[in-house]
Design a protein. Structure first.
Lengths: 95, 315
């Protein structure tokens, strides 16, 4: 491993049982074990979490912001996917 | 798309309070401004540990020592959040370190003043962290997403820093005459440098216009400085201490306190490297980095050994 620029890890933390892990930031470490230990000190000094994921940043594949329009365009004209699209009679109390 | 129309589109987007994320297109100058600002901010957090670290071993009680340790540890954390945010703009952490250690990069000039007495730990928390919070709260709404998110974390943690400092000042100001005198002396030395933390006057702040248009900044240096003065005057009254400015008085018409003239030649002199502790701070950072080299080497060796062992097991 090079002395310079240790691998970058993205850090995800579950703040409490029942919630999903959420991205909180990143840090450098020589390996995943060290990344977990450092993430404990950097991102959970005030009981912000009870489970940590670390992922090498180089392993993440991300969609491109340039393709944002074409990527999400197909969903634009399908308003019938939302419950508010449907007119219901006033006398209907629950549905 | 043409460069100019890209810039127009970017500016319209930012003007509508939408956020920019790392992979989005951004003008070169926006990127450069952010890299400079975020890395200077990170360096300030890291160098900021030094004046306070000076008192960890000499804190007057175990309680104060535990609090000061936690605060200094937070500053390290803040530095790390900010370096991470800067890296999303395409710079390498080690290059940022190298710029700090060579003296090429700047950090907040306030940390080039010495902490001579225990009361200085109170004054630093109360005034320096107070001024930092005043600067940082609007940055939570900065147009660059990773910086804004880092600032939200920093601001959440920072409010205890200011309170612990105020409490030290309060205990000393209500203590023996000698303690009160020590608190007053500390306030006398930290007041003006704290006001300088907001940066040059608006008339002498050439980069501000871009930063305001790009929603990196939301308030001008003078606006934030005025707010800080207005907020701090009643706090000093509660402490029973006197702010060292004979020209400080309430201006009914403006609805603000008027204050005396800041000695800007001192500010520029400290920035140039001639403050009381510039050389000491840089030397301490370099020593810490150099002395830590064997630890970094050991961490690499340990990881490689662990990886090799995993490989043989799998084979």
């Amino acid at each position: 491993m090079s002395k310079k620029n240790w691998p970058l890890f993205e850090v995800f933390i579950r703040s409490r049982q029942g919630l999903s892990h959420k991205h909180v930031g990143s840090l450098h470490a020589t390996d995943a074990e060290m990344a977990i230990e450092n993430a404990r000190d950097v991102y959970t000094r005030r009981q912000e979490g009870e489970s940590i994921w670390v992922v090498p940043a180089s392993e993440i594949t991300a969609s491109s912001p340039d393709e944002k329009d074409s990527m999400y365009d197909p969903a634009n004209d399908k308003i019938y996917r939302h419950p508010t699209f449907y007119d219901l009679p006033d006398e209907l109390k629950h549905m | 798309m043409e460069e100019t129309s890209m810039v127009d589109r970017f500016e319209a987007y930012v003007a509508s309070n939408k956020k920019i994320e790392p992979k989005d297109w951004m003008p070169d100058k926006y990127r450069k401004t952010l890299i400079r600002q975020i890395s200077q901010h990170a360096h300030s957090e890291i160098v900021g540990m030094l004046p306070e670290g000076n008192w960890i071993t000499r804190a007057p009680s175990l309680k104060r020592k535990a609090i000061l340790l936690a605060k200094v540890q937070d500053e390290a954390g803040h530095g790390l959040y900010l370096y991470s945010a800067a890296e999303t703009l395409g710079v390498e952490r080690d290059d940022l370190f190298a710029d700090l250690h060579s003296g090429k990069a700047k950090y907040s000039s306030i940390f080039n003043y010495p902490t001579l007495t225990w009361a200085d730990i109170g004054a630093v928390g109360w005034l320096v962290d107070g001024a930092a919070i005043m600067n940082q709260v609007p940055l939570c709404k900065c147009s660059y997403g990773p910086y804004a998110r880092a600032m939200v974390r920093v601001c959440k943690e920072e409010s205890f820093h200011q309170r612990q400092g105020f409490q030290i000042m309060l205990d000393m100001a209500k203590g023996t005459p000698e303690q009160k005198e020590m608190a007053q002396d500390s306030l006398n030395r930290w007041w003006w440098p704290s006001l300088m933390m907001f940066g040059p006057t608006d008339a002498n702040s050439p980069n501000s216009a871009d930063s305001m248009r790009w929603k990196i900044k939301h308030f001008s240096n003078d606006e934030l400085r005025q707010r800080f003065i207005d907020m701090t005057v009643p706090q000093a009254e509660i402490l029973g201490l006197t702010l060292p400015d004979p020209d400080l008085k309430w201006n009914e018409e403006r609805g603000h306190y008027d204050s005396g003239v800041i000695h800007w030649d001192e500010f520029y002199n400290v920035i140039k490297g001639n403050g009381p502790c510039n050389k000491e701070r840089l030397a301490a950072r370099n020593k810490a980095y150099d002395d830590g080299e064997w630890v970094r080497d050991a961490a690499i060796a340990h990881s490689e050994k662990r990886a090799a062992r995993k490989k043989t097991k799998a084979a």
